[in-house]
Ligand binder design. Structure first.
Ligand code: AMP
Ligand code: ZN
Length: 472
């Protein structure tokens, strides 16, 4: 399998420290609001990556944090904690907000067939681990205390900007205008590991520590949580492209300085879902949720199909028109699977090359749209329907579009339509009344009941198998 690696900026052959085993870390959501469908694009593509690795035969051990403290609204370490802002907006406590939006996030994942990683860890569960790591960085001279906070000293590193050719000037322009600078920093790129002082004194959650009562910075949580669950050597780290700098850059700085050796060789970044006016973001307040798509009549899996149709390293522009096109294509695919008449055993030998084409598409830097084309080719191939059905079932372990289940539902619906309408208790009552009227030769009443069916767009048909109700 070849994957583009943001660190080397080339497509690299995927390798692991331990043969056959992938230790994979995913930056989780900041749970101060609903996840928008941009966030969920990242999680869909990471989910496909995990499943594609399994399709290749790897065992994947995956960990994800839940950011419930320390993610500030400004990269310059002078903003307010997003969780505190969220709690104030909704007149709730930070922990209430965290619980509500964590549950909402997993409910959305469920609707999109995103598998929840085996290891999920809220940041507030790991304060001792953060303290231990920060203490280690202080002991090794990679961190310093200033103005009450603990900072990482980026000047101690040979190379800090690992993902990009950022320099201090770029960084300066990256910091939003109107955000004042933190004058405690020795170098512009330094970042906070532990806060005890900020101009926002209403931080709800604070913990005792050797550095004073306070709370952790956002970046330390991913370094410490990944170390806690996945050990000193990570194989693969994922996130949205906006996380590459400063978040992932800082994670690498902390982890490698603390551990004293290289930490994670492969970085997978998903590019943004954009609206017509730019990146979809939670802080701008302009964002779409899975529930909103449902309210507009879309199946959430149509959105998954929409995401699979484009490469993860390209920005994807969302519009309802594009989504409607994806939904139509998805329905057509389901209909093609529903049209199969799988009888007998699949031809396992014939499956091999078709399976290989699909695997090659995924192995080509996770080319999901090519993988969908290979699925379509398999449905056109000169093999039996049972073989096709078996291939669809295998491919769908990666695509997770519920193709077999939805095709079965479609077949069932068609069967029902041919056989007649479902007889609800209300319709049964009408049928009983009709039978009684006929038995009494009360034709006027029987006609009235016929008109009641008609008003519902239905007609009663007497067949050799009994009474059926059909559409007019
Ligand atoms: P957050 O909840 O803000 O911490 O973000 C959760 C994940 O969504 C991170 O991996 C972000 O990089 C990613 N993300 C944020 N905005 C977008 C977007 N518009 N498109 C794709 N991924 C995004
Ligand atoms: Zn992270």
């Amino acid at each position: 399998m070849k994957l583009y690696n943001s660190l080397t900026k080339t497509r690299d052959e995927f390798i692991t420290h331990e043969p056959g085993k992938v230790r994979m870390y995913t930056c989780g959501p900041t749970v101060y609001h609903f996840a928008h469908i941009g966030n969920l694009r990242s999680y869909i593509m990471e989910d496909v990556l995990e499943k594609a690795l399994e399709f290749e035969g790897y065992e994947v051990i995956r960990c994800m944090n839940i950011t419930d403290v320390g993610h500030l609204s400004s990269d310059a370490d002078t903003g307010e904690d997003k969780m505190v802002k969220g709690a104030r907006r909704e007149h709730k406590t930070v922990m209430e907000i965290a619980k509500f939006y964590t549950d909402a996030f997993f409910a959305d994942c469920g609707k999109l067939n995103i598998r929840v990683p085996a290891l999920v860890e809220p940041a507030t569960n790991c304060i001792p681990e953060f303290i231990q790591m920060i203490q280690g960085l202080l002991d090794k001279g990679y961190a310093y205390t200033a103005g009450g906070n603990v900072y990482f000293d980026t000047s101690k590193l040979k190379k800090y900007y690992v993902f990009s050719e950022h320099d201090e000037e770029d960084l300066e322009t990256g910091v939003r205008e109107g955000v004042e600078e933190d004058t405690n920093k020795r170098n512009k790129a330094d970042f906070v590991l532990w806060f005890t002082k900020s101009k926002f004194e209403d931080q709800e959650l604070k913990w005792d520590s050797p550095f004073g009562v306070g709370y952790p910075g956002w970046h330390i949580e991913c370094s410490a949580i990944s170390l806690k669950h996945l050990g000193e050597y990570l194989d693969l780290h994922c996130g949205g492209i906006d996380n590459a700098f400063p978040h992932h850059t800082n994670e690498i700085a902390q982890s490698e300085s603390y551990l004293g050796h290289p930490w994670c060789p492969q970085w997978f970044h998903v590019h943004h879902l954009n609206t017509q006016s730019g990146k979809m973001s939670k802080s701008s307040g302009e964002f779409l949720t899975v529930s909103l798509l449902e309210e507009k009549g879309f199946d959430p899996l149509s959105y998954r199909y929409f995401c699979l149709g484009s490469h993860y390293r390209r920005n994807l522009v969302f519009s309802f028109e594009n989504l409607a096109n994806a939904q139509a294509a998805y329905q057509k695919l389901i209909a093609r699977v529903a049209a199969l008449k799988p009888e007998g055993e699949p031809d396992t030998e014939a499956m091999v090359p078709l399976r290989q084409n699909f695997q090659d598409a995924l192995g080509n830097d996770l080319n999901t749209s090519l993988a969908l084309t290979q699925l379509s080719n398999a449905l056109k191939a000169k093999v039996s329907d049972a073989t096709k059905q078996a291939l669809v079932a295998q491919f769908d372990r990666v695509l997770s579009l519920d193709l077999i289940k939805k095709a079965e539902e479609m077949r069932e619906k068609q069967r029902r339509e041919n056989e007649g309408e479902e007889i609800t208790p209300e319709l049964q009552a009408l049928l009983d009344a009709r039978a009684a009227a006929r038995a009494e030769k009360n034709w006027a009443e029987a006609d009235r009941i016929r008109d009641e069916f008609k008003a519902r767009g239905l007609v009663v048909v007497d067949t050799p198998q009994g009474v059926k109700i059909k559409k007019l």
